[in-house]
Write a protein that binds this ligand. Structure first.
Ligand code: ZN
Ligand code: ZN
Length: 877
């Protein structure tokens, strides 16, 4: 006995059960197998352990589609999953949790803090993984990794030490981006630029020799407290005699020099700029060139320190700004305030305005690493889909600055650098250093940790066992496809490419498939503050994972954003139900019969047609998947299943199936089962659960649809003549139905059809599907020959045939005549009214021209209408 399908499809009942079975059978496991087509690898972008499944993660179904499809094609398909320790985000959560207990990091100390962080990770870190399973993700969980697990940590240490030994990692005092709230440095990529309302404050600094003032302008007046020079362009004639003079820095009592540097733009503002080396990256460079003092006037949390002066010490940076402006104004130093809008850098995590801050950090020297990474994309070793994102990549790589990799955080990979308390010696090493090799003094490890992206940059090879030369690394590297959203091309994609080139000698993936962001119905980004966020877990509960996936895949095209709203998910659920009902119909008609194992010969035209359409769908869907056109593939499957298979083929097959024991019925059953079960295979990567559930109920070979072979295009199933013939038949039936609908003909009213066509069309279909009472094949146009049964007919012209339906068959002629007569009388009455007006001389001479023209137009329209009605009426007589 075959399994019966329940009347209603209930995803919440079946999805968990099916997934557990796949896991138990080990279908997700990828290994090198004899006779396979080779490896196909995707490294999953590791979601943060702090994360909860959002729509961006739900888009991982793209990776699942590709993996499932390649697996069915016979590749050793590995989708390697894992999670990211997310340094800043996780540390913020743990610090918040500690604050509730009145504890700080300092209270706990490094070791106890890390213990707590690991415990937090154990408790919450797997939530996102469990949610990814709800989506149906067919990852090889036996290979699941974590960016801070032993192997990944070893890889991080190895890379740091190797780059240091090559001179590509250095420690230095530089201007970096600082988040005053997260209290850590940020890389350039971690700073988001947004428009802010701001102002230019124009300030004057008096020359100490009494020869007047020099005017500078700034958007951050509080930083003037840290100025150590004013700079002008060396060729600027306005300042030729001022260079080398000193000015009094207002509010501070300090004097600073006027220096000349080509960095200054002569044509901008007054051509003089204040130089604050500790708080501006360009000023820092100028300061280095002129050996200016670096005066840091702020604390780590964005307050003013003692160097800002006693009047300002302890103030918040924005309070200080107000106070400085007030004091400048009081002292007569403020010339004017000019409002402007400009872009301000914010911390990408907490959106606090980032503060440029001079500090000692670790950096990766990027120029030597960028070269091979640019070449990898230029040479086509790695391709971006769509290609336009290569521009974004090149632009960033070609203008890249050194990467600040140290973070003032504890949660993360600790920097493997050790400093001697006694002589200051620095040792960078794979092994823990306690004794100074130079003086025998005590060594302490750098308290900072590495940027999270430093470890995720190694993800494609660290997860395969690097730095060990493992069999996995040998077989599955380089990976095949990286799927990621465009917002992390800089953070992640670029860094993986240069790391792969440097340490593996090969770029880490052959294709970067850029997925779009998900937006709401109105095209807005999904966000908590807009209240338009859609929760994928909720959508799975309401409509099933298949419906969520199909919604995200329909219309999906590389690099383009996608709109998501509830009705779309409902449509996808309806699609799953449609398929379910079609499957129940097939199973019901199959009864206890076994279908023929092969496609029978001597098939009916409609059988050949559906096989041929199925075959074309196999070809198109496979072709679309090869080109990453998942949205087009989903659309074709939807149309084929809904329209051609369910709405047409099943309807066409019904009369044959009614003769249960007949040979044609047996053939039709075989075709139904063949097309349905193979179509399920095509749909499986998109809707894995419902396809498995139905496939198990159908006669099938093998254990699971997910490991069944992907259908292949076959010339033997190509029936162009039958396709053309069925196209004409279906077009004709559709046209008759449409015309009947337009004329409000009730289904019970059947009509004679007179058809002229060069194709042989089966009359049974017209009787069943086009409301025909009888079908007459005719040689000449209707009404032209001697055998015309009546003169009045509705004529339909469609591709490949002409159809006439006697009007009397469709409508009640008596009633129609009465209606037309009434209409005609009405129109004639209106027309004579208008004409009477136009014949009235006083109207024609007095009324404005526009009114007269309007009346004439009306008369013309009414005349036309009258003639048409009269002709219709005449036809009926
Ligand atoms: Zn922050
Ligand atoms: Zn020492």
């Amino acid at each position: 006995m075959r399994k019966e399908l329940p009347k209603q499809y209930d995803p919440s009942e079946s999805e968990g059960r099916i997934y557990a079975n796949w896991m138990e059978k080990g279908y997700f496991r990828a290994d090198k197998r004899e006779g396979s087509k080779g490896p196909y690898t995707i490294s999953m972008p590791p979601p943060n352990i702090t994360g909860q499944l959002h729509m961006g993660h739900a888009m991982y179904c793209v990776q699942d589609v590709l993996t499932r499809w390649r697996r069915m094609q016979g590749y050793d398909a590995l989708w390697l999953p894992g999670t990211d320790h997310a340094a800043i985000a996780t540390e913020v959560k743990i610090v918040e949790q500690m604050a509730k207990e009145g504890l700080t990091k300092a209270d706990l100390g490094y070791d106890k803090f890390m213990e707590r962080a690991w415990a937090w990770k154990e408790q919450y870190g797997s939530r996102i993984v469990e949610q990814l399973k709800l989506l149906g993700s067919s990852c090889d969980w036996s290979r699941e990794r974590f960016t801070m697990d032993e192997g990944c940590s070893k890889a991080v240490k190895e890379v740091f030490v190797a780059l240091y030994e090559k001179g590509l990692i250095y420690r230095g005092e530089r201007i970096i981006n600082w988040c005053c709230s997260c209290k850590t440095s940020l890389s350039d990529a971690e700073v988001e630029h947004n428009e802010h309302d701001a102002a230019f404050w124009h300030i004057c600094y008096p020359y100490t020799d009494g020869s007047g003032v020099i005017e500078v302008a700034t958007t951050r007046p509080e930083t003037m407290l840290g100025d150590t020079a004013v700079a002008v362009h060396p060729d600027d004639p306005r300042y030729a005699d001022k260079i080398g003079k000193e000015v009094l820095l207002p509010l501070t009592g300090r004097t600073i020099p006027v220096i000349a540097d080509t960095y200054v733009a002569m044509d901008f503002g007054t051509g003089a700029v204040k130089i604050t080396p500790a708080h501006d990256p360009n000023d820092f460079e100028v300061g280095l060139r002129h050996a200016l003092p670096i005066l840091n006037v702020m604390t780590e949390d964005g307050h003013m320190n003692a160097d800002a002066g006693a009047a300002y010490e302890g103030m918040d940076r924005y309070d200080c700004r107000k106070q400085v402006v007030k004091d400048l104004e009081a002292g007569g130093y403020l010339i004017k305030i000019e409002p402007l809008k400009h872009s301000v850098g914010e911390c990408y995590r907490c959106h606090t305005v980032a503060e440029p801050r001079v500090s000692t950090q670790w950096f990766v020297k990027m120029a030597p690493l960028a070269g091979p990474a640019i070449e990898a994309v230029k040479s086509g070793e790695t391709k971006f889909v769509p290609e336009r994102f290569e521009k974004t990549y090149f632009h960033w790589m070609e203008n890249i600055r050194d990467w600040c990799i140290s973070r003032q955080l504890w949660w993360g990979h600790r920097i493997p650098a050790y400093y001697c308390d006694a002589c200051g010696e620095t040792v960078v090493s794979r092994e823990t250093q306690t004794v100074c090799p130079k003086c025998g003094g005590k060594m302490a490890q750098d308290p900072d940790s590495l940027d999270t992206w430093f470890s995720s940059a190694l993800w494609p090879f660290s997860t395969l066992g690097w730095p060990e030369r493992t069999g996995d690394l040998e077989y599955f590297y380089p990976t095949s496809t990286l799927c990621t959203a465009y917002d992390i091309i800089f953070f992640w994609v670029a860094r993986m490419i240069f790391s792969g080139c440097e340490f593996m000698g090969k770029a880490p993936f052959s294709t970067v498939l850029i997925t779009g962001l998900i937006r709401d119905e109105l095209g807005r980004k999904l966000s908590k503050s807009l209240g338009n966020g859609a929760d994928p877990v909720e959508i799975i509960q309401n409509y099933g994972a298949d419906a969520l996936r199909f919604t995200l895949l329909t219309g999906n095209s590389p690099g383009n954003d996608l709109r998501f709203y509830d009705e779309k998910a409902q449509n996808s659920r309806n699609f799953a139900n449609k398929l379910w009902n079609a499957a129940r119909f097939v199973l019901m008609n199959l009864g206890e019969n076994e279908p023929a194992p092969h496609i029978p010969t001597e098939l009916a035209p409609e059988d050949k047609w559906i096989l041929s359409r199925f075959n074309a769908t196999v070809r198109d869907v496979t072709d679309n998947l090869e080109k990453f056109e998942l949205g087009l593939a989903a659309g074709k499957l939807y149309d084929f299943i809904w329209d051609e298979f369910c709405d047409w083929y099943i309807e066409l097959a019904k009369p044959t199936l009614l003769a249960l024991a007949s040979l044609p019925a047996e053939k039709t059953r075989a075709v139904l089962v063949y097309v349905l079960s193979n179509t399920l295979k095509l749909l499986h990567p998109f809707m894995p659960f419902v396809t498995e559930e139905i496939w198990q109920a159908l006669p099938h070979d093998g254990e699971s649809i997910m490991i069944s072979p992907w259908p292949e295009y076959s010339l033997a199933l190509d029936f162009p003549a039958e396709e053309a013939r069925m196209q004409v038949l279906m077009g004709a039936i559709k046209a008759v139905r449409n015309r009947r609908a337009e004329m409000n003909v009730p289904p019970s009213r059947r009509a004679n059809l007179f058809i002229r066509s060069e194709y042989t069309l089966d009359r049974a279909f017209f009787l069943r599907l086009a409301g025909a009472s009888e079908v007459h094949w005719i040689e000449d146009d209707y009404g032209e020959g001697d055998n015309a049964p009546c003169a009045t007919a509705v004529q339909i012209i469609c591709q490949g045939c002409k159809i006439w339906i006697p009007l009397g068959d469709l409508v009640d002629l008596e009633a129609e005549r009465a209606r037309l007569e009434k209409d005609l009388a009405n129109v004639e009455k209106q027309l004579s009214g208008v004409q009477a007006k136009l014949n009235n001389e006083s109207f024609v001479s007095k009324a404005p021209a526009a009114i007269i023209e309007g009346a004439r137009e009306n008369a013309r329209a009414l005349t036309e209408k009258r003639d048409a009605l009269a002709e219709s009426l005449n036809n009926l007589r």
